[in-house]
Ligand binder design. Structure first.
Ligand SMILES: Cc1cc2nc3c(=O)[nH]c(=O)nc-3n(C[C@H](O)[C@H](O)[C@H](O)COP(=O)(O)OP(=O)(O)OC[C@H]3O[C@@H](n4cnc5c(N)ncnc54)[C@H](O)[C@@H]3O)c2cc1C
Length: 329
């Protein structure tokens, strides 16, 4: 592979940031263009579970990318901690899936040689998958920003890139962006930049709430039931979510939405009713068919690459997706 290339990445989410770091390590000159601020697309709003919620519901491609990304986060958490004092809260939390019929998931776990135990959660039928990790996405983005600065990677924030009639990329000052490679890591907004992605990548809103844990409730594992999960941050607060909504980029959140989220969470742990909600937010996932990201070189413009459409698992899949894209150079 050539080195010392000038590479422009459009989008500063988890994919764009990790892509920039890994390309920099290979000796390339990397620039990130971000229309808002680093992480402010979907990445900062995630829950941070590094595992598919119901793994048997996805193709092996999805699990493969997640599985291959696992060790990266362990190493990254050590680097961010030792070099910049940022704890991304990389925790082996395990995940308890509550389900009436556990047969399919059990078979899947056996096939993939993952350790688990069949134990009831309260009165519910449940299975606990041991090797499930989580991180705190806000801390991850903070850490990645420090790392990018440390590596002297050029970042232009508040810089909306557009594509002109000649298929050239133009920055928000109207200047043509020059480079050897262009990587679209533009998440749910990709279709605005590239019409060929229309309907292939689309926003899927997800809402989460955070409970202040004044009663010291301790979650032993991430809990998942009826499409809804609960997890605990290192400071004890409890995160519950999430929704899957096709509402475009509408970020208006209502009290009704909040009540719905509370009801779902409190069906799993009724004691949550005693706690105050301290946050309610949403983000726009880059939706894609079957949750399979598009990691390809453009068929016509050889300098152009896509690393988009990571849907529900972009944090989990980022490191392996980045490596997959690099292998296409
Ligand atoms: C509620 C919720 C919970 C989630 N939970 C998890 C989880 O537990 N585990 C997990 O793995 N994933 C989770 N996700 C999904 C995960 O957040 C996404 O898959 C991931 O963040 C996608 O990363 P990205 O870098 O592709 O996109 P983004 O983070 O959206 O980054 C794309 C960036 O590109 C910028 N951009 C777009 N167009 C342009 C342009 N023309 N010019 C310049 N900049 C541009 C945007 O501003 C944005 O910052 C969750 C998401 C949500 C919303």
């Amino acid at each position: 592979m050539e080195n010392n290339l000038k590479i422009n990445i459009i989008g500063g989410g988890v994919i764009g940031c990790i892509q920039a770091i890994e390309l920099n390590k290979l000796g390339h000159h990397v620039t990130i263009y971000e229309k808002d601020t680093i992480g402010s697309g979907s990445s900062i709003y995630g829950a941070g579970i590094l595992f598919p919620l119901l793994p048997n519901n996805y193709s092996s491609e999805v699990f493969d990318l997640i599985d291959k990304s696992k060790t990266y986060y362990l190493e990254l958490s050590e680097i961010l901690n030792s070099q910049f004092g940022i704890d991304i809260e990389y925790i082996r939390s395990g995940m308890t899936v509550i389900l009436d019929d556990l047969q399919d998931i059990e078979l899947w776990l056996k096939k993939n040689k993952l350790s688990f135990s069949l134990e009831k959660f309260r009165s519910f039928n449940a299975i606990t998958i041991d090797d499930v990790y989580q991180i705190n996405p806000k801390k991850l983005i903070l850490g990645l920003q420090k790392y990018l600065d440390y590596l002297d990677i050029e970042i232009y924030e508040n810089n909306l890139v557009s594509n002109d009639l000649h298929n050239e990329f133009i920055d928000s000052n109207g200047k043509k962006i020059i480079g050897d490679r262009f990587i679209l890591a533009s998440g749910a907004w990709t279709q605005d930049l590239d019409h060929s992605m229309h309907k292939k990548i689309y926003p899927v809103r997800g809402q989460l709430i955070e409970y202040k844990n004044s009663n010291n409730i301790k979650l032993e594992h991430i809990l998942f039931k009826d499409g809804f999960y609960l997890l605990q941050r290192k400071n004890g607060s409890l995160i519950a979510g999430s929704t899957l909504e096709n509402v475009g980029f509408d970020d208006n959140l209502t009290n009704q939405d909040l009540e719905q989220l509370k009801n779902n969470a409190e069906k799993i742990i009724p004691e949550l009713r005693e706690l105050d909600i301290i946050n309610h937010w949403c983000g726009f996932r880059p939706g894609s068919k079957d949750n399979i990201p598009i990691i390809v070189q453009d068929k016509k413009i050889k300098e152009k690459f896509y690393n988009v459409g990571h849907y529900r698992y972009g944090i989990s899949m980022a490191p392996a997706s980045v490596n997959k894209l690099i292998s296409l150079f």
